[in-house]
Each structure stands twice: as structure tokens, then as C-alpha cells.
Design a protein around this ligand. Sequence first.
Ligand SMILES: N[C@@H](CCC(=O)N[C@@H](CS)C(=O)NCC(=O)O)C(=O)O
Length: 307
Amino acid sequence: MSDLILHHYPASPFAEKIRLMMGRKGLVWRSVTIPMIMPKPDLVALTGGYRRTPVLQIGADVYCDTALMADVLEQRAPEPPAFPPSQKGLARVLAQWADTTLFQTAMAYNFQPAGASAFFPDPEQLKIFAADRAAMRNNAPRMPVPDATAAYKSYLRRIASMLEHQSFLLGEHPCIADFSVYHPLWFTRHQVPVLAGILDAVPAVLAWMDNMAAIGHGSSSAMTADESLGIAQAATPEALPQEIHQDDHGIALGQAVVIVAEAFGLEPTEGTLVAASRTRYTLRREDPRVGWVHVHFPRVGYLLKAT
Ligand SMILES: N[C@@H](CCC(=O)N[C@@H](CS)C(=O)NCC(=O)O)C(=O)O
């Protein structure tokens, strides 16, 4: 079986979600450190444009977005399950709320001036980072800090109330909702500890965070970007599963397409559409440094267009 190769950097909250999911499943994985800001030439050689963090590579298959990576990990290592059988829909909806609304609110709080200068003590570095993220948001302003603070406090109380009678958000075991809700809070607690006092009002959340942190990251070993590109070059994409082709766009398989995230990080990925299942799109593309690869995106959160 090909190695799981995670392209990420230590301070990435979404990467922390996947690192913990791999820990929960006791997986062994390879770790490629990528830059926090553009340019990311090695990553983009694999994805064809997509630049967000993390990206999961398995041979010549490249998986974009942690929602899709969670499904891939579940298929590869079904035990223990990350999707509670009786609450799959609820778990996905809660995870999606956390990956969007909770994440954006928490990051607006985390990157208020005190957090930003603690995270980037060098003002020049902070300026470069802020410009990169502003471009990713198409220069839309972040939520004002007082509004983000108020909303974050409300969300933390809601999370605390879910933990009143159970150890994890939807029961006695961590599921996809826990991993998604955890990562923005992890950033507050561990990356901008100067702002972590906001968590003191919700001790049940802090105790749950301790339990989440105790899951660990499984077993990883470092790999260079060049090595990972060589692995893609030497591999052949996995055969696509025989799933029903769901055409919602009037685009046939074999057509040239472009996929762009719905919001935040709008770098397009171009290729040939080779699969459009109920849950994901797959593009086939060739790059001089990696040969032919399949790049997979979830449907939710991404726009598909014919070129
Ligand atoms: N919906 C995406 C969101 C990923 C995301 O926004 N990641 C942040 C970092 S945690 C990012 O890409 N920031 C810019 C960068 O790393 O270049 C996912 O679930 O993977």
C-alpha cells in the first residue's frame, strides 16, 4: 500500500485536524513541510494550482481539503470510525460549521494585534503573511475583533453545552465533529497562548481539548518535497471506483474543466474531468515534475466549470 504523505506545516490548524485523525487511527505517515505562504512550487506541481494546507498525497493521487481527506482515511483505516453510524449527517454538518464559521471567527480573534505579534514577533514577517492572507480573501476585510470575540465566546458556550453529559461532542468517542471543532481552538491555545484566556470560561472545553490532544499524531517521519514528487512521478493513479456519474453541471467526463474553492484561496486547478461521484470530483492532469496525477476535490465547498 502506498504511503500516506501529508503536505503541511506545524502551525496549520486544518493540518492539526488531519494529524489527530491519523493519530486516532494509529496510522503511520510521511510528513512534507510546505511553506506557510505563496509561492509553493513543489505543492502546486502536485495539485496544479490549489495552495491551501494541508494536502494528502498517496502515490499519484492528490487529495485536496480535509473533508475529503477524512473520507479517504476512513476508507483506508475504518477502525475506530470517525463517522458515528447513527449520526453521520449530524457529524458532517457540525464539522462543516466548524471548518467554516467557527474557523473564520476564531482566526479573526486569533489574529487581533496581540495574537498576530505574538505569532510573528518580526513585523516584516507579519506584513508579508498578512498580505498573503488578504490576497487569499480577495482583500475582503476580516470580521471586526469585537464581533469575532463575542461570537467566539458564544460558540465556546455552545460547545461546552454539548459536553455537559458526554466526553466528546456526539458521544463517548471522538468523531469528525470533534476533530473539526478542535483545530481552531487548538490554534488559540497553542499558537497564540497570549489570547488563550478566552477558554478559561469553559473548563469543560479545556478538559475535552486535553483529551483530544492526548490522541496524538500517530507515527510520522519526514520526507523531502523532491522525494514526494519522485513518488508521484513513479506511481500510477489508483483505478477510479465504479461510482455513478452525477452530472449537475452539464459537463461530460473527458471535458477540460477548472475547479476553484468557493471562498478563500481561489487559485484554480485545471485538468480533465475523469470522475464526478456523489461526493467528489477527480481531475487528471500532467506536470513535468510529477507526470500524470489524479487530483481529487470534495463537491461541497468547490466550484466546477468547463474551460
Ligand atoms: N476547507 C479547507 C481549508 C484549508 C485552509 O484554509 N487551510 C489554511 C491553513 S490551516 C490555509 O490554507 N492557509 C493558507 C496556506 O496555508 O497557504 C480544508 O478543509 O482543507
